[in-house]
Design a protein around this ligand. Structure first.
Ligand SMILES: *Cc1c(COP(=O)(O)O)cnc(C)c1O
Length: 353
């Protein structure tokens, strides 16, 4: 894939304070068009600008949209690197396959991401915990209202310099266990990173926020019996010394942070069990004081300790509302690797610069 680069003539000033998350954007974006006859064509990096789309485009009516989320990190030596980008590429294609969107050859998508980040590398911020958040997304652009398989699509990558998730320190979050709405069902799109899953989750998220919780913990869509994940994070816990996490059943998003933590823990000799975990088992462990740690994991927060769980009118406190030993160790180990403060014995990092 050839990528034509057109640089902006009016570079923006780079804000260095109060970056926030996903609010500021770099100077350029990557775009590639797809047509079923032509395949992928016109791969280009162009100045960041608004899109012009026909109002009948598939994405607006039938929700054919998928995305990825990854970061470029400023290393201790001043260079720039990414963390397991090939995993995002593979997951993007798995999501595309589920939503009937076109797949892009792995080497082309990886080249698009790495070339784009190289182009925007000066935008990778230097502050503690800061990073350049990379957002590839893909959607259907057929210009008719009939429901058909997708013939035209657009692949875009944008990037946003983002602040530290933990600007005020790692404070454990309060999570509400949602027993009404469900996010996904087996056979549905739960394992795909698609906008529609987030649309289905919005109402419960708003309810949780109104009640003073950060996010919801989802139960399975069939029996509302087994826990799945929270918001945009997978979950893990330590009960009686055993580290467990819900197994991937098809309705859970296969997180790259989740996968990395499992591999990391195993390499350090910990036992990690992936299995179904019922809400009854969790409540039982909480009541018996056996729930030692509970945390969420995802690219944005890396790990996020959970200090309180709310279920059916009761609040349960975990580890005195403090970050646990395993959670802290995982946070330190992963962030040291991602920001290049320790040697990468796993071969997970990809240097851009
Ligand atoms: C992206 C995402 C995650 C976390 O995945 P990572 O690859 O670790 O960032 C978890 N759950 C949902 C629903 C997500 O969209």
């Amino acid at each position: 894939m050839e990528i034509k680069i057109t640089k902006t003539k009016v570079p923006k000033e780079k804000q260095t304070k109060n970056l926030g998350f996903g609010k500021l954007f770099t100077d350029h974006m990557f775009m590639a068009d797809y047509n079923r006859q032509k395949g992928w064509y016109n791969a280009r990096i162009v100045p960041f600008e608004n899109l012009t789309l026909n109002p009948a485009s598939t994405v607006f009516h039938y929700g054919a949209e998928i995305f990825e989320g990854m970061k470029a990190y400023r290393r201790a030596d001043g260079g720039v690197q990414m963390f397991r980008p090939i995993e995002n590429v593979r997951r993007m294609n798995n999501s595309a396959e589920r939503l009937g969107l076109p797949l892009m050859p792995e080497e082309d998508m990886l080249k698009a991401i790495l070339t784009f980040v190289e182009c925007e590398k000066e935008w990778v911020p230097y502050g503690e915990g800061e990073s350049l958040y990379i957002r590839p997304f893909l959607f259907g652009t057929d210009e008719h209202l009939g429901v058909h398989s997708i013939e035209n699509a657009l692949f875009i990558i944008i990037a946003s310099p983002s602040g530290s998730y933990y600007a005020e320190g790692i404070n454990p979050v309060k999570i509400m266990i949602e027993d009404q709405d469900v996010r996904a069902v087996r056979g549905g799109t739960g394992y795909a990173k698609c906008g529609g899953n987030y649309a289905a989750a919005t109402r419960a998220g708003e309810k949780a926020e109104k009640l003073g919780f950060t996010q919801v913990l989802w139960l399975d869509g069939v029996e509302r019996k087994y826990i799945e994940e929270v918001g945009a994070m997978n979950v893990m816990m330590k009960i009686n010394g055993e580290i467990i996490t819900p197994m991937l059943t098809g309705s859970i998003l296969p997180g790259i942070t989740r996968k990395s933590i499992i591999e990391l823990l195993k390499s350090k000799g910990y036992r990690v069990t992936e299995r179904k975990i019922s809400i009854d088992e969790i409540i039982d462990a909480l009541e018996k004081g056996q729930m030692e740690e509970f945390w969420g994991c995802g690219t944005a927060a890396v790990v996020s300790p959970v200090g309180e769980l709310y279920y059916e009118g009761k609040t349960y406190v975990i580890n005195d509302n403090k970050i646990g030993e395993t959670t802290q160790m995982l946070y330190d180990t992963l962030t040291d690797l991602q920001w290049g403060r320790t040697a990468d014995e796993f071969g997970w990092t990809v240097k851009i610069d």
